[in-house]
Design a protein around this ligand. Structure first.
Ligand code: PMT
Length: 404
């Protein structure tokens, strides 16, 4: 089984001189966190905003600034930089640097490396709103887009020059997401994934509800990686504190009944369904219109079972690949196998939620993937994003084996 996680990892980050340079520091931190090697090149103007030492400390590599510095050229070398980059990112990109690239000027290290590289280039402009709207800049952007350069639109908001408008550098996390999307192989193009995530809330009275410990991290990781690998993703999510991944169509729900309704509505358009949500198994028989008053005596709650959404989908499936999760506290494989067959699934991802680093509300998981042919694949502790990648590798292998 190949891992979809093997992706190009060398980023050259060009930082040109704008106030948003400070955000580029956070961008480097996030890229290093995600396992990228980041070589920073700063323009002379960028040096006025942030020192190279800041970038060097965060990236763990010397920062390149000069084309004609003998030491830098022998240690780093501008053609080396251009050749080794899997992706060249310019963030923030000023109107000046975009103009230079568009007209073929290579008069400093960054523009020379851009001229010499054969890697993809991603440009994230940041400037005053009137500069951004200037037809000369817009013409340069159109020309570069036509030549295959990638751009991220600046976002609207308060600008350092005092104006409100479009011109802010996108948030570093969004630039990281764009980078992942550009370097990742697009082997899920054509797939329409329906993913569920998070807990349900089953209301008791206007104040209280019954819920569970799901944070939504597993389902959101599946959604994020699905988009990165080129799929169209619809994410049906219970309440979480997570930011919806870029490029995902989000449907927010509260109760298991709402989740069921949304899943049944969306399911026929999907090519695969992945149910990572911790669906509530019961809801209070009565929803009380007023707050239950505190008293001295114990109170009793009568709970009614919720429908099993996945089982219903399993009964109706019509060519979709169906992937369930099993949150277990004992007899992991035996219980998961039972659910795989009872719910008519193609794969089930079993996690022992009592194990360290596995299950609810952590960034990692320890999973065993079971298929219908009796295959049992135990995976080591890994991040939920890595696990999402592995699940998609299994999904694709399954598709290939049924189509050949
Ligand atoms: O959200 P996180 O904090 O990241 O945690 C991740 C997770 C532990 C929630 C996730 O990895 C996980 O295991 N999700 C499934 C939880 C669960 O409900 O397991 P289950 O064994 O009770 O259900 C089996 C399958 O049936 C699941 O795919 C579930 O979505 C589905 N189900 C369950 C009950 C129900 N009424 N309807 C369903 O569709």
């Amino acid at each position: 089984m190949t891992s979809g996680n093997r992706e190009p990892r060398n980023i050259v980050l060009g930082v040109s001189g704008g106030i948003a340079c400070y955000k580029a520091v956070e961008l480097v931190r996030l890229l290093v966190r995600d396992g990228f090697t980041v070589q920073v090149i700063m323009t002379r103007e960028a040096l006025e905003f942030v020192t190279p030492l800041t970038f060097q400390t965060i990236s763990g590599r010397s920062v390149a600034t000069e084309t004609f510095s003998l030491t830098q050229e022998s240690e780093i070398g501008h053609i080396n930089l251009a050749d080794q980059a899997d992706l060249l990112v310019i963030a923030p990109a000023t109107a000046n640097i975009i103009g230079k690239i568009a007209t073929g000027i290579a008069d400093d290290l960054l523009t020379t490396v851009i001229m010499a590289t054969r890697a993809q280039v991603l440009i994230a402009p940041s400037m005053n709103v009137h500069m951004y709207e200037n037809p000369i800049l817009q013409g340069n952007i159109s020309k570069l887009k036509g030549l295959g350069y990638h751009f991220m639109e600046p976002v609207e908001g308060y600008l350092a020059c005092g104006y409100e408008g479009r011109g802010r550098l996108p948030e570093p996390q969004d630039i990281v997401e764009e980078i992942h999307g550009l370097v990742k192989k697009k082997d899920l193009v054509g797939e329409r994934l329906l993913i569920t995530a998070g807990p349900n809330r089953e209301p008791l009275d206007p104040i209280r509800y019954i819920g569970n410990r799901s944070s939504g991290k597993m389902g959101y990781a599946l959604a994020r990686i699905g988009v990165r690998r080129g799929a169209e993703v619809t994410l049906i999510s219970g309440p979480t504190s997570l930011r919806p991944p870029q490029g995902v169509r989000l449907i927010s729900v509260l109760t298991a009944a709402e989740m069921r309704q949304a899943v049944l509505k969306e399911f026929s358009a999907a090519t695969a369904v992945l149910m990572a949500a911790a669906v509530a198994d019961y809801h209070p028989e009565k929803l009380l219109p007023k707050k239950i008053k505190r008293g001295r005596d114990p109170i009793q709650l009568r709970l009614k079972p919720n429908p099993d959404i996945l089982r219903e989908v399993g009964m109706r499936k019509n060519g979709q690949i169906l992937i369930g999760f099993a949150a277990e506290t004992e007899a992991l494989v035996a219980n998961a196998k039972k659910k795989l067959h009872e719910k008519n699934l193609d794969l089930i991802v079993a996690n022992n939620v009592t194990e360290e680093g596995s299950g609810f509300d952590v960034d990692t998981n320890v999973a065993t993937i079971l298929d219908r042919k009796g295959g049992v694949h135990s995976l080591p502790l890994m991040s939920k994003e890595e696990l999402a990648d592995r699940i998609y590798d299994y999904l694709l292998a399954l598709k290939n084996s049924t189509s050949s």
